[in-house]
Ligand binder design. Structure first.
Ligand SMILES: Cc1cc2nc3c(=O)[nH]c(=O)nc-3n(C[C@H](O)[C@H](O)[C@H](O)COP(=O)(O)O)c2cc1C
Length: 303
């Protein structure tokens, strides 16, 4: 019997394809292109305790094989999400992963507490955020801070806890191990890579914020390398993210060790891409005679 579902510990997905945070909104707009409930899951735009307007414009620029964004985590805030956005997703029976972030440890805990009494299936902890109480250093750039935020959210959120790792670190493996030990159920990687583009006429950065996060196919080989290295170091499931545009990219991530994947930037150029890849992956597994996507995971040789 063919089983297309994926189990990330206590989180069951109908297929391994997840819409990445910040590239799929809250599912409303993309629902015009395909039924969003067909996704394995939808990771929401990052949610904060209070609504945020984000950074000044320009905050997006196209780059070779990718884009840089510095949206500044604009979002409606967790309360408005629960009141105005989640009901539609509930009605359509979408598996919802709430991507969250805070400027302090207390904010992370508060949001997680609020979500505990909601219907979301999981939290994805975005730790690529400056900790204002630690001089603005990102939670995800310091193994100790990454572990503390994971541990504290773990205490107040009983369902699936996915922690999203930043690639802008010396050793992603070290952070992954600390976060696993602190109680994460799974790891998603990678978030965007810090980058800059300069206008040579004005001699100013093209993005108002100065720097932004690079995403798209340009970062895929970095992400695949990080998934392969992390897979060797942890026991919890890994969700691969970075520049996925076609079936072969998904296969690459799975062979490297990803039990599921997320599609981000490609949603902007091809809004139906997730549905297309869900169908293509299913056909591929059947053609290859595999009974589940799990059979591909971590089959990398010679590394
Ligand atoms: C416009 C934009 C907004 C994003 N917003 C978030 C966010 O709110 N929270 C988060 O964890 N990641 C966010 N990301 C990162 C993506 O979820 C993903 O990790 C990254 O873009 C790499 O995947 P990709 O190359 O498929 O886009 C955002 C990415 C883009 C391009």
């Amino acid at each position: 019997m063919f089983d297309y579902s994926v189990k990330l510990k206590n989180l069951k997905l109908k297929n391994p394809v997840i819409a990445a945070s910040g590239t799929f909104g809250y599912g409303e707009e993309l629902n015009d292109f395909f039924p969003v409930e067909n996704l394995g899951a939808l990771s929401t735009k990052g949610l904060s305790l209070k609504p945020r307007l984000g950074n000044p414009m320009p905050r997006i620029i196209e780059t070779p094989s990718g884009m840089i964004n510095a949206i500044g985590l604009q979002n409606v805030g967790v309360e408005a999400f629960l009141e105005k956005k989640l009901p539609l997703l509930e009605k359509r029976q979408v598996t919802v992963i709430a991507n969250i972030f805070g400027n302090t440890l207390e904010e992370y805990i508060e949001i997680a507490k609020i979500l505990e009494s909601s219907s979301v299936a999981a939290i994805e902890l975005n730790i690529s955020c400056p900790n204002v109480k630690a001089g603005g250093m990102e939670f995800g750039n310091d193994p100790k801070m990454a572990a503390v935020v994971t541990e504290e959210v773990r205490k107040v959120f009983s369902r699936h806890l996915m922690v999203k790792l930043s690639p802008n670190v010396t050793s992603i493996v070290e952070i992954a191990k600390k976060v696993e030990a602190a109680g994460a159920d799974s790891l998603s990687l990678i978030n965007t890579v810090t980058a800059m583009v300069i206008n040579t006429q004005s001699k100013k950065p093209m993005i108002a914020n100065g720097v932004g996060g690079l995403s798209g196919p340009a970062i895929r080989p970095i992400a695949v390398r990080m998934v392969a290295q992390t897979y060797q170091a942890v026991k919890i499931p890994i969700v691969g993210i970075g520049g996925i545009t076609e079936l072969n990219d998904i296969l690459e991530f799975m062979i490297a060790g990803a039990a599921a994947i997320q599609i981000g930037t490609s949603n902007f150029t091809k809004p139906k891409i997730a549905q297309e890849l869900i169908d293509q992956l299913q056909n591929h597994l059947k053609t290859e005679g595999l009974s589940s996507p799990q059979e591909l995971v971590g089959t990398l040789e010679g590394f």
